[in-house]
Design a protein around this ligand. Structure first.
Ligand SMILES: Cc1cc2nc3c(=O)[nH]c(=O)nc-3n(C[C@H](O)[C@H](O)[C@H](O)COP(=O)(O)OP(=O)(O)OC[C@H]3O[C@@H](n4cnc5c(N)ncnc54)[C@H](O)[C@@H]3O)c2cc1C
Length: 391
């Protein structure tokens, strides 16, 4: 057999899995990681060819990446999250002091997370192969993989190549009728350490503090979800008009807001693989579930997938002639609750706040007030968003 485990996709989830598996593997070179450059969503061009996402990593992800010596150096800590609803009463605040953690999370660019993981991989002993790879065939004993002109057999294949295409068998798809406008913005009255999630009739709008080597504390990364046509209009506005539209939607909690730099648009869809395991093939991260970005859960959940899969396969890697399929089924069972709860929360929130039914909007406002007044309800929800479900 040519390889024990082949991971297709070296995004943050595939890369973290490779590092986790290599740590303690008898021969890390039998783990193959296939890397291909990321592509922007259809019809988009990324300035600077870099992925423009700012990623909020929660406390659990921080512990995992620190263990892998892959924690990005520059990041802005989140010490409080303010959740509100536009035009309605009701808000809730989640603070790190409620949980006794140094920070609820921190914000990094997608590129900086990738860069530290790839740096750590350079000395992990894993076999790195460049280019798009494909599952060619699945047999009883092995999976055949194609990449460029190369073909090899692997005992297990891990799909970590990001969101599956609509129409992939076994994948449930739902369009939110929303696109996300991504941009950097400046606030006249910044509040360091605070992140903001605001639900509007168009969709959720998040402002996350960011810290680059040279940025001041007034810079935020915006994720503004709205109808596709509106997203295109917003992306085309000049900085001043964009800032005005944003201030109108967000309110005055941070003073006037101003656009700073290029804007990007991401289409938002739910993709949900009912069964992440099929024989010797297992899907993790976005390949298993691509979520709405509300509450910044996708990568955090994907890293939990990677940690759980590595735990499941470590023992097997010591005697890989044994059948891995029962272990992969154990993995699927162990991940069921966390995947379902996280996907459920991120699917429910953007839709319920955007019904535009007055009664529902009032109920949501009351829900936020109740959440603030009832620590017994707020804590489990915040803990799920911070660390995921531990079963
Ligand atoms: C606007 C927005 C904001 C977000 N904010 C947050 C946040 O704050 N917090 C959070 O936790 N999550 C957030 N997410 C979600 C997060 O970006 C994803 O969950 C995360 O990137 C998933 O990582 P992944 O490695 O599974 O997939 P990806 O990041 O998609 O990486 C997949 C990799 O596989 C490669 N690849 C694809 N096909 C192949 C192939 N055939 N062979 C080899 N390689 C291949 C791709 O080039 C890519 O490098 C956000 C998402 C969006 C859209």
């Amino acid at each position: 057999m040519d390889a024990d485990i082949t991971i297709l996709g070296a995004g943050p989830v595939g890369s973290a899995l490779a590092l986790l598996l290599a740590d303690g593997a008898p021969d890390p070179s039998r783990i193959v990681l296939c890397r291909a450059p990321a592509r922007p969503p259809a019809g988009q061009a990324w300035a600077h060819t870099a992925d423009p996402r700012a990623i909020a990593l929660n406390h659990g992800s921080r512990l995992l990446l620190q263990r892998l010596r892959a924690w990005p150096a520059h990041g802005a800590g989140i010490h409080a999250i303010h959740v509100s609803q536009r035009g309605r009463l009701g808000r809730t605040v989640i603070q790190d002091t409620d949980f006794g953690v140094p920070a609820l999370g921190s914000v990094h660019t997608y590129g900086s997370v990738q860069a530290v993981l790839h740096q750590a991989l350079a000395s992990a002993g894993v076999t790195l192969r460049d280019g798009h790879a494909e599952l060619a065939s699945a047999g009883e004993d092995a999976i055949e993989i194609n990449q460029n002109d190369r073909r090899w057999r692997s005992r297990v294949a891990v799909q970590a190549e990001g969101g599956p295409r609509a129409g992939t068998p076994g994948v449930l798809s739902r369009s939110y009728g929303q696109h996300a406008v991504l941009a950097l913005v400046r606030a006249a009255a910044p509040r360091p350490g605070w992140a903001w999630e605001r639900f509007t009739g168009e969709g959720p709008l998040a402002l996350l503090p960011v810290r680059f080597e040279d940025s001041a504390e007034d810079t935020y990364s915006l994720v503004w979800c709205c109808a596709p046509e509106r997203a295109d209009q917003l992306a085309a506005l000049d900085d001043a008009r964009f800032g005005q539209a944003l201030s109108e939607a967000f309110g005055d909690r941070l003073g006037p807001l101003a656009g700073a730099g290029p804007r990007h648009v991401f289409p938002l869809e739910l993709r949900w693989r009912r069964e992440p395991v099929a024989g010797r093939i297992v899907a993790i991260g976005n390949a298993a579930q691509t979520l709405h970005p509300v509450a910044g859960q996708g990568l955090n959940l994907g890293l939990r997938d990677a940690a759980a899969l590595a735990d499941t396969l470590h023992g097997w890697l010591r005697a890989p002639e044994g059948d891995p399929r029962p272990r992969l089924q154990d993995y699927a069972r162990a991940r069921r609750a966390d995947r379902a709860v996280t996907a459920g929360v991120t699917d429910f929130l953007p839709r319920v706040f955007a019904t535009r039914w007055s009664l529902v909007e009032h109920a949501c406002g009351l829900g936020l007030l109740a959440l603030d007044a009832l620590p017994g309800v707020k804590r489990p929800l915040a803990r799920q968003l911070m660390q995921g479900l531990r079963v």
